[in-house]
Design a binder for this molecule. Structure first.
Ligand SMILES: Nc1ncnc2c1ncn2[C@@H]1O[C@H](COP(=O)(O)OP(=O)(O)OP(=O)(O)O)[C@@H](O)[C@H]1O
Ligand SMILES: [Mg+2]
Length: 161
């Protein structure tokens, strides 16, 4: 698909916990002068338990309302919610396109033992994420197929610092 080289752009960074979404998205945020929306950070700032899925859903909804306004203003927005389901990614893409934004999908992955090792080392969750949970999530996560990737715009090439 043709990608507009300027203006509104939604970048969806998807992947399982530990795949490096936040690390990667922070780099993009700097290089693209973008606004990054990460629920974990708002939840931590609001002293909300990161396992509270109800509150996570509300924070994501708030972030998406804010993100849509930023896209309408022609800015670059990065969403790094995990977006495990294709349907969730579809909803974001279709809405962003109605706002005239280009939409990119970036998928990050690593072998499950690497994911597990990273999140153990990071030590953010209390209680820690177990290996059984990680294996369950691996089953649930819908890895973007090449057909799905074709629904997105080309990745914008920026000049790194
Ligand atoms: N490419 C990489 N190689 C090695 N370590 C990495 C890489 N990317 C991230 N890490 C490290 O792995 C840990 C998890 O990374 P990060 O927090 O960015 O993942 P995440 O996908 O945002 O996870 P979550 O979904 O739990 O927020 C961090 O400690 C980070 O420093
Ligand atoms: Mg993260």
């Amino acid at each position: 698909m043709d990608a507009s080289k300027e203006g509104a752009r939604l970048i969806i960074v998807c992947g399982l916990p530990g795949s490096g979404k936040t690390t990667y998205a922070m780099d993009l945020e700097e290089n693209l002068r973008a606004v990054r929306l990460a629920p974990d950070e708002w939840m931590t700032a609001l002293a909300i338990d990161l396992y509270d899925e109800d509150s996570r859903g509300k924070v994501e909804m708030l972030q998406w309302q804010f993100g849509q306004r930023l896209l309408a203003l022609g800015l670059v927005v990065i969403i790094e919610w995990g977006t495990w389901a294709k349907s969730e990614r579809d909803t974001l893409r279709l809405k962003a396109r109605t706002l005239g934004a280009a939409v990119e999908l970036h998928y990050l992955s690593a072998p499950v033992d690497v994911l597990f090792d990273r999140i153990q080392r990071r030590g953010r969750e209390e209680p820690p994420i177990g290996q059984d949970a990680m294996l369950r999530w691996l089953e649930i996560f819908q890895v973007p197929t090449s057909e799905e990737m074709e629904l997105y715009d080309q990745v914008y090439e920026f000049n790194s610092k």
